[in-house]
Design a protein around this ligand. Structure first.
Ligand code: NAD
Length: 496
């Protein structure tokens, strides 16, 4: 594809994919706007309860045959999907940049991580095997059969339009369930392209459904008796107070992966160059809109010379980040998703100034490469002298804002991280094994990084989270996802 080529060329009204058909919604229609250039790229429906009902009905109808399809045959369709995803890799990545704003390299990384989940789920014939004990009592045998449950709802956030539903969908369908995906209506194009490829791969009608919309659609899914379980990725207030609560009330199993405020602990013995390089992508990659983005840096110790040289490097690197339209290969940071999100980030930056933190790099009026309106751009922003109690030190900003704090020793740094209600992805940068071990052991965080800035588990491992960052028991991805999407049927047998 040519430089800057946008894959979505015509503004179309997005359809739902229900029972193998592309169906126009009867709901209200909303614009999807490219945050870099302000152009409308699509129109997305706010689907109705009836449309969710018909998607669940289609999935329920498909379930008995899909369940009977052998795991090997289900896996072959996933292999075919993987091939199609590879063939369309660049187009899929460019759609993400066009609808979300992230840089094309970040989108390529997202596509790769999404495909890896399809690859892992291809292992379902062995991943889904049960286990057997002969003679649990004399002449009696017992075994477990992991069985699919029926229909699952998959609800996605805006920040990884392509990858996040793939933390669930390949495992759900590999194990013999059917799905209804509800993408974020801010970024609906990626999931429709994925569903087109699933259709081309040959998944039977009704196995993989997509219904667009917002909270009304989610509420209809939560209340629907035909849905056995929900996976949700999004903010804590929605994940905890709406999803987890309602799934409890309606008896659905649930994974709710939620918000974050991630702390990076910087030890004075770290490799400064490598640490700062990792921090740049961690704090400013995806314009700070990652649940694993770093938010707070705690510099440990009273060595002022170390602190200054560390901060000088941070500021030198952060101020060089090129901001612009992510389809330009030279750009290192794209816009945030929309102007409301920018306004929210501005509110936090202004609050930081007001609360007495020192604004040492101000991203409020960034230099934008290229001729783009500055509606959604925020440049890298760095505050020093932040304390954990300040709004910018305590709350999820979800933007490119680094808050730098100091702690007298590692113990205090860990206490500061643990005092925050979130526990998603905390990291330490050190060359000392004992410090790394103490950190890993004591920090309360679902994902822990040691000299790693973005602790994103690969598809073989569960995508974890603790405290207010996660509600549920099992996690998406890998073996835990296989477990989540199946129920253990226990058989005990005796023959007379
Ligand atoms: P969000 O909570 O606003 O929306 C998530 C989904 O819920 C969307 O599909 C949306 O349509 C729906 N929704 C929104 N409000 C709702 C309501 N009141 N009732 C029912 N449904 C509702 O989240 P977002 O802004 O799209 O995503 C950003 C958030 O997601 C951040 O907090 C980020 O940390 C979190 N996130 C977490 C992870 C993780 O793995 N822990 C990964 C990515 C993003």
């Amino acid at each position: 594809m040519a430089f800057l080529e946008e894959p979505i060329k015509k503004v179309k009204t997005i359809k739902n994919y229900i029972g193998g058909e592309w169906v126009e919604s009867k709901g209200e229609i909303v614009d999807v706007v490219n945050p870099a250039n302000g152009k409308t790229i699509a129109k997305v429906p706010v689907s109705t309860k009836e449309e969710i009902d018909s998607a669940v009905a289609a999935a329920q109808e498909a379930f008995p045959d899909w369940r009977r399809t052998t795991p090997l045959a289900r896996s072959r369709l996933l292999f075919r999907l993987k091939e199609l995803l590879e063939e369309n890799f660049e187009e899929i990545s460019r759609i993400q940049t066009q609808e979300h704003g992230k840089t094309i390299d970040e989108s390529r990384g997202e596509t790769r991580r999404g495909i890896e989940n399809v690859e892992v789920a291809c292992g379902v014939p062995t991943l889904m095997q049960g286990y057997f004990s002969e003679d649990i009592a004399s002449g009696i045998d017992e075994w477990v059969i992991p069985t699919p449950l029926g229909v699952f709802g998959v609800i996605g956030p805006f920040n990884f339009p392509f990858m996040i539903p793939l933390w669930s969908v390949p495992y759900a369908i590999a194990t013999g369930n059917c799905v209804v995906v509800k993408p974020s209506s801010e970024v609906p194009n990626s999931q429709n392209r994925l569903a087109e490829l699933a259709e081309e791969a040959g998944f039977p009608p009704g196995v993989w459904n997509v219904v667009h919309g917002g909270r009304a659609v989610v509420n209809a899914m939560l209340d629907h008796p035909g849905i056995a379980g929900i996976t949700f990725v999004g903010s804590t207030p929605v994940g905890r107070d709406v999803i987890y609560k309602r799934c409890g009330e309606t008896g659905k199993r649930v994974i709710a992966q939620c918000g974050a405020k991630n702390f990076m602990t910087i030890m004075p013995d770290c490799d400064i160059n490598r640490t700062v390089a990792a921090m740049m992508t961690s704090f400013f990659g995806n314009a700070g809109q990652r649940c694993l983005a770093a938010a707070n840096a705690i510099v440990v110790g009273d060595d002022d010379a170390f602190y200054r040289s560390f901060m000088d490097k941070v500021l030198e690197q952060a101020s060089k980040i090129k901001v612009g339209y992510g389809l330009d290969e030279s750009i290192q940071m794209g816009p945030v998703r929309d102007k409301e999100k920018k306004a929210n980030i501005m509110k936090y930056i202004n609050a930081g100034v007001k609360e007495g933190a020192k604004l040492v790099l101000d991203g409020r009026k960034p230099k934008i490469i290229g001729d783009y309106p500055d509606t959604c751009f925020v440049g890298p922003t760095v505050f020093e002298n932040v304390t954990p109690g300040m709004k910018i030190g305590a709350e999820e900003i979800f933007g490119p804002v680094m808050s730098v704090m100091r702690a007298k020793n590692l113990k205090e740094a860990i206490e500061m991280s643990n005092a925050n209600p979130y526990g998603n992805g905390h990291s330490i940068f050190t060359q000392n094994g004992k410090s790394a071990r103490d950190f890993q052991y004591n920090v309360v965080s679902g994902n822990v990084g040691i000299n790693i800035g973005i602790v994103a588990p690969v598809a073989l491992f569960p995508f974890s989270g603790m405290k207010d960052s996660f509600f549920g028991v099992l996690h998406t991805q890998g073996k835990e996802a296989i477990r989540f999407f199946t129920e253990s049927k226990v058989v005990i047998q005796r023959w007379f």
